[in-house]
Design a protein around this ligand. Structure first.
Ligand code: OAD
Length: 260
């Protein structure tokens, strides 16, 4: 059991409004790769996806070179195939103890907003309810032209599937580099950040805007900042409590220490 500072535990006991920002680090213990780790840039551990030939193929690409509207315009099939591969990887994994601990925390704190940059849907799968997916969700697909969400599509391997309504190419319902964040989710995230007493930044390198600036906005509004990360980040020097380690180990211990 981790020894948390007593003032952190008493603060959390009386907190009624919390906002949490998560990044790829919270899914790392489920087996999904983070974006900025030192390994080749595949979406998951090769050992885990059971298809290492595919993983090897994709490891030559950087996410920043495929997750853009320009890449899709240039080679829609390449981008579609990369996302099909990543979607399969996401389907193969399950939430970890950190995801479940955050769902538990939501039951204990009356106003609790979970803001995530992750597109894997694992927070909802773990039971979190008030989740704002700032970068979309990889399991959803929409038309790149008319925006209609597609429920089913054929992966015929020959070409990118098209929209039933307008014949535009289908694309994953995620935010690509250079695209705007979904305005409703972003506004709700900003509101939760403004109103919270405690703001957690968990498993995110905090370098991608505007999500990264939420922590600073929370701080300017008087919130206590808590960071949980395997390594120091640019935010670490500015937080009130920095807890270094794996979120899948720290979060369940924290929930136990505060509420059990
Ligand atoms: P990053 O890959 O930038 O950062 C992952 C963070 O998680 C790092 O700070 C790691 O130290 C930390 N970490 C790794 N394993 C951990 C663990 N088990 N427990 C706790 N922390 C751990 O991922 P994000 O910050 O999520 O955007 O990246 C933000 C955005 O940049 C992504 O959503 C994506 C990316 O480019 C888009 O695709 C638009």
């Amino acid at each position: 059991m981790i020894d948390f500072p007593a003032d952190l535990l008493s603060l959390l006991k009386k907190t009624s409004r919390a906002a949490v920002l998560t990044g790829a680090g919270v899914s790392q213990e489920s087996g999904l790769r983070t974006f900025r780790d030192s390994q080749p840039a595949t979406a998951l551990r090769q050992a885990q996806d059971g298809n290492s030939a595919q993983a090897g193929l994709w490891s030559q690409y950087k996410p920043e070179d495929l997750a853009t509207p320009e890449a899709f315009a240039r080679d829609p099939k390449l981008v579609w195939d990369w996302y099909s591969f990543r979607r399969e990887a996401v389907k193969a994994v399950r939430p970890n103890a950190g995801h479940y601990a955050l769902a538990e925390m939501e039951k204990r704190i009356p106003n609790f907003t979970l803001i995530t940059q992750n597109v894997d849907g694992l927070h909802r799968m773990a039971g979190s309810l008030n989740v704002l997916e700032l970068h979309g969700n990889i399991t959803r697909v929409r038309c790149s032209k008319c925006g209609m969400l597609a429920e089913i599509w054929g992966d015929d391997l020959e070409s990118v599937p098209r929209c039933e309504k307008c014949n535009g190419y289908l694309r994953p319902d995620v935010v690509w580099f250079g695209e705007s964040l979904p305005p409703v989710e972003l506004q709700k995230a900003v509101n939760a950040t403004r109103e919270c007493q405690v703001f957690f930044s968990i498993g995110t390198s905090g370098v991608v805007q505007p999500a990264a600036s939420l922590a600073h906005a929370a701080r300017s509004n008087g919130a206590v900042l808590i960071e949980i990360n395997a390594d120091p980040t640019p935010l670490t020097a500015h937080v009130d409590f920095a807890i270094q380690g794996k979120s899948g180990e720290i979060l369940p211990d924290l929930v136990k220490a505060v509420w059990e």
